[in-house]
Design a protein around this ligand. Sequence first.
Ligand code: GRF
Length: 203
Amino acid sequence: MNTPSRQIVVMASGTGSLLASLLEAADRPDFPARIAAVVTDRECRAQKLADDRGIASAVVSLRDYPDRAAWGKALLDEVSRHQPDFIVAAGFMKILDGEFIGRYRNRIINAHPALLPSFPGARAVADALAHGVRVTGSTIHLVDDGVDTGPILAQEPVIIRPDDDEQTLHERIKAVERDLLVRVVTDFATKSIDIQGRKARLL
Ligand code: GRF
């Protein structure tokens, strides 16, 4: 059995279906990373998935801090406690502050439910539907100081059906994201990254 060589912290806010696919992948002996902890910003199913597996979890809720700066510091401290080699934002719905991003520059992977640079932000699925595009999808990218602007690591399209609503479309996008994210995390853990301007390649 291989010993996983890389430590990951997964950050999430919601149902945690992307986290579930990572947890499942991490059960395989050849998966090259270990999920050291799951950090959320609220009580949510993602946190419960971690607890059920005996993986360290922590909720760092904005509500519990006097301001965003204090919350950001607590979040950074909590994540860093687990000494991650890299971080996966799998449906983490808050913006990370500059200090956090600076500490883990080019080591935070985010899953976004649209084909960036189209439809950045928290309403990506609704925005794609409202715009009337026929194809959307998933983007896995590095987090930089902008909102969903960092170098792209992988993308996969999803065709929009005429009768789609936000929920049906998002479910099909998530089905694609689960595999795509596991593939990118596997590559990220085993390859080196080459970044030239906007272009990132895992070699
Ligand atoms: C995914 O669509 C991801 O791209 C977005 O949030 C969703 C997370 O889904 N950032 P889940 O909570 O893992 O089910």
